[in-house]
Design a protein around this ligand. Structure first.
Ligand SMILES: NC(=O)c1ccc[n+]([C@@H]2O[C@H](COP(=O)([O-])OP(=O)(O)OC[C@H]3O[C@@H](n4cnc5c(N)ncnc54)[C@H](OP(=O)(O)O)[C@@H]3O)[C@@H](O)[C@H]2O)c1
Length: 254
């Protein structure tokens, strides 16, 4: 295990999907904890305007569309001094593997959640290696650890993020880079607005991630539900798989 602690104080971060939800909360938390600068990867540069009076030049919106290779290249050219990369941007396209929409759903989830994340990371990795210490934070999901039938395609994309995180951690072992995987449960953002269940707040998730960086944690289960799943996953992964697999039928029966 790398013993790298990456306090945000005085460091430069790049957060994808910074304009809303978990990404916005992480951006604010990093700035509150003393980050020198946060590049906010967004598709609408004006979407951070309301935070400018508070954070001024420390908050730098950068155009980033993970479905557009040119925008990824351009964004990474503008963010040469980054120490902490937060791969947060993501989409949730519902659907499993037994419908007419399966291939479309797979394509959308994978294009942003997997290919976008990999392209952005690969574009920045040499830069990160040159920093004194650095971090790559990938937002997976508890659904990346076990699949839920209504969302099989999304789960597969988040499982890929989990595997990519493990792969990066292995390759970057004994370097200057901390590789953190984050596995949230249901969080109250636009992504889950149609989901009727108890949800934790993006602010709590952001606090756990930023504290996790300072503590040098490789795995972060940032909310009430994910802490329970995380504990079970570490000892009995098959039980998590069975519970998630039957979650939909339990909801339908209720
Ligand atoms: N909410 C949850 O319950 C939950 C649980 C586990 C994991 N997660 C993960 O946490 C991350 C953040 O989710 P959230 O809940 O904050 O979702 P959200 O509120 O829907 O925000 C998603 C963010 O991703 C950005 N994004 C989407 N497609 C993009 C693209 N092609 N290029 C660049 N940015 C793009 C969005 O930008 P626009 O505003 O421009 O669309 C937005 O900033 C995601 O990776 C998600 O899978 C969420």
């Amino acid at each position: 295990m790398n013993e790298i602690k990456v306090s945000p104080n005085g460091r430069v971060a790049f957060v994808s999907g910074a304009n809303r939800g978990i990404g916005r909360a992480i951006t604010i938390e990093l700035l509150e904890k003393g980050a020198k600068k946060v590049y906010a990867g967004v598709r609408n540069l004006k979407s951070m305007d309301d935070l400018k009076p508070e954070y001024g030049a420390r908050l730098v919106p950068v155009f980033l569309d993970l479905r557009d290779d040119k925008s990824i290249i351009k964004a990474t050219k503008l963010t040469k001094d980054v120490d902490i990369l937060i791969n947060n941007a993501g989409v949730y396209e519902s659907g499993g593997f037994c419908s007419d929409e399966t291939l479309d759903s797979m394509a959308v989830n994978f294009e942003v959640n997997v290919w976008g994340l990999v392209k952005l990371t690969v574009s920045l990795i040499d830069r990160l290696k040159q920093r004194e210490i650095a971090a790559i934070v990938n937002i997976s999901s508890v659904l990346g650890l076990a699949s839920m039938p209504i969302a099989g395609a999304y789960c597969a994309s988040k499982a890929a993020v989990h595997s990519i995180t493990q792969g990066l951690r292995g390759e970057l072992f004994m370097t200057n880079i901390l590789v953190m995987g984050v596995y949230p449960g249901p969080i109250d953002t636009e992504m889950t607005e149609d989901l009727e269940m108890e949800k934790d707040s993006p602010v709590n998730v952001a606090r756990e991630i930023v504290q996790g960086l300072a503590d040098g944690n490789e795995y972060v289960f940032p909310d009430v539900m994910s802490k329970q799943v995380g504990e079970l996953y570490l000892t009995e992964p098959i039980t998590v798989e069975r519970q998630f697999a039957h979650f939909v039928s339990q909801v339908e029966e209720a």
